[in-house]
Ligand binder design. Structure first.
Ligand code: GLA
Length: 714
């Protein structure tokens, strides 16, 4: 609901209030974002008089006033939300309030980019129009609020209303000033095989922190951050989160000023960004989802899960159980024959697998990673029946068929590159840098996007392909101009719109050398993303634990792979690998034909369990209980919305001699209900499980896991 009263705007969500007021000078001032307030007459805090930072005639300054979209160079010298240079070369700007519009049942569609949609929710959008008449600039800020959620969707449009060009050097999607207080920053840095590591640090005066990525893919920093009260944890305390619906270079900036106020901004990374806006032209930022919860990190996480599952992902698969798959990558790598694939599929079918995925190596001369990318026609030496014939054979075995693509890339040793060397990103006079022996296609060009769309669509039309793994395996170098990465990203979205639109029944899975492009922008098109190439069950504790904070478990692809693990050499039990992968989109990626009969029986049991669990894992509320970042354990739990079904998981990483286990307390259950442990038949009270806890039974060895599936007794 949006309540307007004489230049004050009170946005109310399910449990939150967000209040903006226009002060006497025409500055749009941020009054409050937090737990829901009653509507009454709120007013803007007056600009203060501060001896050392007084700029205006009246000796007043905005330097310690919370603002909505701060300008630079006049009476606030903190980091601005946007930065422009006018024809005379100066960067001074000041936006003043001009007017507002409230739009019912409306959430903005951002030109060329994905965004959260209205669906069947009750939604309102406030548009604030601000202008700098001297710079010749209009800015429209958009705030969308849902009756059912605690998120505010924010974005900005910057319009050049002058008669000459304006250079736009930065434009954040959202800027939020949090009034002085004791807060921590939580963010998710990482690397290939170590994606999204939970990291928490104090925000202190003078700190300027740029959680940003300018590499095209973002293994090293995820576009999701939180600002949490010092004492906030998984279950309690005030936490703000910022998620960018964007897959290009991003920045989440946190600045703590000289008075202790905290300015948080999220949007396109200003580093290597520039846009020249001609007279009348405008620039739209991607959307930022801002969320507040006073139920700690877990509160944020469950809220974002609902928003993503219900109102971000456009695929019908967001609301459908995903098939349990087997992928041939770690089973064969490039070295396979059609008969080998069929033998894997046959054995997989016997144990209950539903989808066979053919990974890299099926096209052109792609027998290693030095050649063939870009040549999207089947290699009939390897696959004599072609993709169509292979899909048919897999279908005859009783499995669906899925296929890997990496359409944004090209190997110099490919027919595509030989025909169109200018289609790869490069700058004149330089040999472009290779990574994994490949170059990136120039998706800022319409003809290149059209080629990619046609190449992929014609294969999808040619055979019964029901799943696509869309990979993207290198960082971006040799960018021809500042701002190129944004144009590339728009090209990527154009391709995604065309292909997912043309094949609405196909289940798309995102991938980027594992989890290198794991963001809300990708999730708008693809309901699941390959979380990491590191599939070791112990490494996955941290990776899945931290990924689940910002993204739904229904997006976290998790495969059981062979031991010793191909990435880190660790040996864990099949049980632990399966138990851990249940908290994700479950599958296998190993040579099942080489496993023993006993292992096949174990896999059969795992698949049965997963078939019973997957609806719960897709639709429930996820609770993290013990953090592998802080303890020798990891524990998490999924509870159905009606609290009738529960999946509980605990892992102990290293075995400890001569000790007893501490009880683990479950969360989110119905305290008045009784629950049945479906494996043992033992009964527990919901209150008993939550307040007294249970002692997991671990075996005396390293790397063990324990699970319980509980059902409420009527
Ligand atoms: C990337 C992916 C892997 C696999 C390979 C194939 O590394 O993350 O899962 O598909 O590419 O080359």
């Amino acid at each position: 609901m949006i309540l307007e009263n004489n230049g004050t705007f009170h946005l109310q969500g399910k449990n939150i209030s967000y209040i903006i007021a226009v002060n006497s000078e025409g500055d749009p001032v941020h009054v409050y974002y937090g737990k829901k307030l009653k509507d009454r007459a709120y007013s803007a805090p007056a600009p203060r008089q501060l001896a050392m930072t007084a700029y205006s005639e009246n000796n007043i300054t905005l330097e310690c006033v919370c603002q909505e979209y701060p300008s630079y160079g006049y009476n606030d010298l903190r980091k601005p939300a946007y930065s422009v240079k006018n024809v005379s070369g100066n960067c001074v700007s000041q936006l003043r309030y001009k007017g507002f519009r409230i739009k019912e049942n409306f959430a903005p569609l951002i030109k060329g980019m994905p965004s959260v949609f209205v669906g069947d929710k009750s939604v309102q959008t406030l548009e604030l129009t601000l202008a700098d008449d001297i710079a010749g600039l209009t800015v429209v800020l958009s705030y969308t609020v849902f009756d059912e959620y605690d998120v505010i969707l924010r974005s900005a449009e910057i319009i050049n209303i002058s008669n000459s060009d304006i250079e736009l050097d930065s434009a954040y999607s959202a800027s939020l000033d949090i009034a002085k207080g004791d807060y921590d920053l939580i963010y998710f840095p990482g690397a290939w095989l170590r994606e999204r590591e939970f990291t928490r640090c104090s925000i202190t005066q003078g700190m300027k922190f740029d959680v940003s990525n300018a590499r095209g893919i973002s293994h090293c920093i995820n576009p999701f951050i939180m600002v949490a009260e010092k004492n906030a944890d998984e279950d309690k305390g005030g936490v703000y989160s910022f998620s960018l619906v964007y897959s290009g270079n991003h920045s989440s900036s946190v600045e703590c000023d000289q008075y202790g106020n905290i300015r948080v901004q999220q949007g396109i990374n200003p580093f290597m960004f520039k846009r020249t806006l001609g007279s009348g032209e405008s620039f739209a930022t991607p959307q930022c989802i801002v969320c507040y919860s006073d139920n700690g990190i877990g509160g944020i996480s469950r809220e974002l899960n609902d928003v993503y599952r219900e109102n971000l992902c456009r695929s019908k698969w967001a609301h459908m159980d995903r098939p349990i798959l087997i992928n041939n990558w770690e089973a064969t790598y490039f070295n396979f024959t059609e008969e080998k694939l069929i033998s894997i599929a046959k054995q997989a079918k016997e144990v209950g697998v539903e989808l066979f995925v053919l990974d890299d190596g099926w096209f052109g001369q792609r027998n290693d990673d030095f050649r063939g990318l870009g040549d999207w026609f089947v290699n009939t030496e390897k696959l004599p029946s072609g993709i169509d014939g292979l899909a048919r054979r897999i279908n005859e075995e009783g499995l669906k068929f899925g296929l890997w693509f990496e359409p944004e890339m090209v190997n110099p040793d490919s027919d595509l590159y030989r025909a169109h060397p200018d289609w790869a990103i490069s700058v004149p006079g330089r040999v472009p840098a290779l990574s994994r022996n490949q170059l990136i296609l120039d998706l800022s060009r319409d003809d290149v996007c059209d080629y990619v769309i046609n190449a992929v669509c014609s294969i999808l039309k040619s055979a019964n392909i029901e799943y696509v793994k869309w990979d993207m395996n290198r960082p971006m170098t040799d960018m021809p101009y500042e701002g190129y990465n944004h144009d590339y990203t728009l090209g990527f979205y154009k391709i995604m719109d065309a292909i997912t639109g043309a094949f609405p029944d196909v289940l798309f899975e995102g991938c980027s050398s594992g989890g290198g492009r794991y963001d809300a922008g990708v999730l708008a098109y693809m309901p699941q993303i390959w979380t990491s190439d590191n599939s070791d069950a112990v490494a996955r504790l941290k990776i899945q634990y931290s990924t689940s904070i910002g993204y739904p478990v229904s997006a976290i692809s998790a495969h059981v792979t062979a031991v010793p693990n191909h990435q880190n050499g660790r040996v864990t039990s099949l049980k632990m690998r399966g138990d851990t992968a249940y908290a994700g989109v479950f599958g296998y990626e190993l040579d099942i034909t080489k496993m023993s009969g006993e292992e096949h029986e174990d896999i059969k049991r795992q698949i049965e369990v997963n078939k019973g669990l997957r609806t719960l894992m897709r639709t429930g509320d996820f609770y993290r209980i013990l953090s592998p970042y802080e303890t020798n354990y990891c524990s998490w739990e999924m509870v159905s919305k009606d609290k009738s079904e529960v999946f509980f998981y605990a892992a102990r990483i290293l075995s400890v001699g001569n000790t007893i286990e501490a009880k683990i307390r479950l969360k989110g259950l119905d305290a008045d209900a009784d629950y049945l442990d479906t494996a043992t038949g033992k009964k527990y009270g919901g209150d008993e499980l939550m307040y007294c806890g249970i002692e997991p039974e671990f075996e005396t060895r390293d790397f063990d896991s324990y699970t319980m599936i509980l059902k409420k007794i009527d």
